[in-house]
Design a protein around this ligand. Structure first.
Ligand code: ATP
Ligand code: MG
Length: 663
């Protein structure tokens, strides 16, 4: 092994950098070990030091396998190991389950009937293939019975893969409205598998399932790999799903292998993606010889934040009881609870406070705004943009870049500007059977009719274009006709004579028109409908329609030059924030019904409510120094406004642990 001179660190004093419980775990020689401990107690740190320790003991790096939950977490851990040991982490087998599966499958592809150069299909490729198959195989006789779109089928397919269930069971339990299409879906799924194999491609789920198949069906490979990895280490073990857990036990099943898993059952938040907290709870049963380490000291948060964290999780009975003690001292600010008059004011508060903090010397990258659902970030996005505070969103697309939001906004754009070609094309492509070519033809004809009409009525404002009158005469294909007419009628309803609809009403009208399309097009239409309801509320709080549209455009424009550097505040869903930490954390939209979600409340589902509670616990335990918990008393304004009581997570916090602010 070659090391640049001087780079190799002196032997490390592990005992000095770890507490006794961590040290015991890091240096254990038990074959099976579980570190189960609360948030911020140094579980990830323990794993990182364990790798360093193993290397110092002379274990070859290629005999260590380190599995983590996200790519980002994997990168950070490998970096830490490099810092600790001075060794290039590439020598080590480490990364997400998918990344490691990919690496192993490349070597043994032939055994499963693939070429080693197989392609990994990303989410878009997956949808594209599924879309082609839907087009070919959806029942032709179903004109109005809308067959589910590719996204929906991909979602169903994936949930089945990640829970190791038959897709038919998943369909009946989670997608009951699709039952009537079961035969056709089955046929499409068969084709889907065949086409992937033919094109030598695997989707993300295949990476896991194929690795599992490789290990199960090929004794020699299983023996080779489980003999090779002497030490298998897994972070965030509470969120492993069935195929992942099976892979772990096979890879760590060699005669000499050891397995160390770390996690916190109180932070299990991915059951909706097939994760099963039972894996961590049963670890001791499955490996009766396992050493179990508990760490009860928290190094991340100041005591005031830790008190709130402990109180937050106390309501749950479903987990190992553990009470965290703070390693840090200091009488910083009590966590703040802020009831804001409405969503706009809440966002304004967040933006102002961030501004003050940054002016006071706190860097943007030390601040995070966390929320339960992506759409909760909408107002904060607008407010941060207005205040020129750069931010980075890790929870997915920016709100206005999401397809279904763009679909709805397209109608508003075309209403204010009938010459908006992009909006027009987006709208007509929601009609069944309209592709590039027919969209182009429609656009040309639309423009033509519009020009003719404008020559006759030069003084009428653009918005007053009577759509049915102007465009009903256009030549359109017979199969598009009904959609075309419905669309024109809708456009006329959007500006009825003698009554100026509010922007909220406009959005509501478009949404109800689009609902059948949205339902059949997008996965999780429930959540997407919520996005659109929030869109309606935000439109109202943002003034006139054209002003709002300008803001939206501006927001997308600003996106492009946001530096991806250290000064960006992080906006993230709580799910994506797992394992991370920031000096200052805002948790927003903590209204009853928003978080916990009203569907969980209404269903009375105890397990579901416990998962909501764990999610809240994950959120508050991300904070090191300052924590702000806020909610809008009213969400939206005027006619559509919803009253929003504080979340039970807030009202159940002991009053002496928090500071209530008023704006
Ligand atoms: P989570 O449950 O959120 O994943 P975790 O248990 O993995 O948290 P870490 O992220 O490993 O916790 O540690 C939290 C913070 O505490 C980190 O900043 C880490 O460096 C620090 N820390 C952990 N243990 C110690 C220690 N013994 N001495 C000093 N700092 C520590
Ligand atoms: Mg961690």
């Amino acid at each position: 092994m070659k090391y640049p001179l001087g780079l190799r660190p002196a032997a490390r004093d592990f005992a000095a950098e770890l507490n006794p419980e961590q040290y015991a775990a890091v240096t254990t020689d038990e074959r099976h070990a579980l570190v189960i401990a609360g948030a911020g107690s140094g579980k990830t740190r323990t794993l990182t030091y364990r790798v360093a320790w193993l290397l110092e003991q002379g274990v070859a790096p290629w005999r260590i396998l380190l599995l983590t939950f996200t790519n980002k977490a994997a990168r950070e851990m490998l970096q830490r190991v490099e810092q600790l040991t001075g060794r290039a982490s590439t020598e080590l087998w480490g990364g997400t389950f998918h990344a490691v599966a990919n690496r192993l499958l490349r070597r043994h592809a032939a055994r499963l009937g693939y070429e080693p150069g197989f392609t990994i299909m990303d989410a878009d490729d997956q949808k594209a293939l599924m879309r082609t198959l839907v087009r070919q195989h959806a029942p032709k006789d179903s004109k109005d019975r809308r067959f589910p779109k590719a996204e929906v089928l991909v979602g169903l397919h994936s949930l089945a893969a990640n829970t190791a269930r038959d897709w038919q069971d998943v369909l009946l339990s989670d997608y009951p409205h699709l039952e009537r299409f079961q035969d056709a879906i089955g046929h499409i799924f068969e084709q889907y598998a065949e086409r992937k194999q033919q094109s030598n491609s695997m989707d993300f789920d295949d990476l896991l399932l194929n690795l599992l198949r490789l290990l199960r069906e090929h004794e020699d490979i299983r023996a080779e790999l489980s003999g090779r990895f002497l030490h298998v280490l897994v972070d965030e073990y509470q969120d492993t799903n069935a195929p992942q857990d099976a892979i772990i036990s096979l890879l760590a099943g060699g005669p000499e292998s050891s397995l160390m898993v770390v996690g916190d059952d109180a932070q299990s938040i991915y059951s909706w993606r097939g994760a099963n907290v039972q894996h961590i709870l049963d670890f001791g049963k499955r490996y009766p010889d396992a050493a179990i380490f508990k760490i009860e000291t928290n190094y991340r948060s100041v005591p005031a934040i830790l008190d709130v964290s402990n109180a937050a999780i106390a309501a749950n009975t479903g987990q190992y009881a553990k009470e965290l003690r703070a390693a840090r001292s200091g009488t910083k600010l009590l966590p703040v609870v802020l009831p804001a008059p409405d969503n706009r004011t809440e966002a304004l508060f967040v933006a102002r406070r961030i501004d003050e903090l940054m002016a006071g010397g706190i860097a943007g990258h030390d601040i995070a705004v966390l929320y339960r659902a992506h759409f909760h970030s909408l107002d904060v996005q607008l407010e941060l943009t207005r205040n020129h505070i750069p931010f980075r969103i890790t929870s997915g697309l920016r709100f206005f870049e999401q397809a279904h939001v763009k679909d709805v906004v397209a109608f508003l754009r075309l209403l204010t500007n009938p010459r908006d070609e992009v909006a027009f094309r987006r709208i007509v492509s929601t009609f069944p059977g309209v592709g590039e070519v027919s969209a182009a033809k429609l656009w040309a004809a639309w423009l033509n009719s519009l020009d003719t009409w404008r020559q006759q009525h030069p003084d009428l404002p653009m918005q007053q274009t009577p759509h049915t009158e102007v465009f009903a005469g256009m030549k359109v294909a017979p199969k598009i006709r009904p959609h075309w007419d419905a669309f024109l009628t809708l456009m006329d309803t959007l500006h009825p004579v003698g009554h100026e609809p509010t922007p909220t009403e406009l959005v509501a009208t478009v949404v109800s028109y689009l609902t059948p399309y949205l339902r059949s097009t997008y996965e999780n239409y429930d959540e997407r409908e919520e996005d659109l309801a929030q869109l309606a509320r935000t439109v109202t709080t943002s003034g006139e329609l054209d002003e709002f549209l300008a803001q939206v455009a501006l927001l997308s424009e600003v996106d492009k030059d946001v530096p991806d550097d250290d000064d960006c505040v992080t906006l993230s869903t709580i799910h994506q924030a797992k394992g991370l930490e920031w000096k200052v954390v805002f948790v927003i939209f903590l209204g009853e019904g928003l978080f916990p979600h009203y569907r969980v409340i209404e269903s009375g589902d105890v397990a579901g409510m416990e998962e909501e509670t764990r999610l809240f616990y994950v959120a508050v335990t991300r904070a090191e120094d300052q924590l702000y918990l806020s909610y809008p008393r009213y969400n939206g304004r005027g006619y559509d406004r919803q009253m929003c009581p504080p979340s039970r997570f807030l009202t159940s916090l002991p009053a002496d642990l928090i500071d209530i602010w008023e704006v």
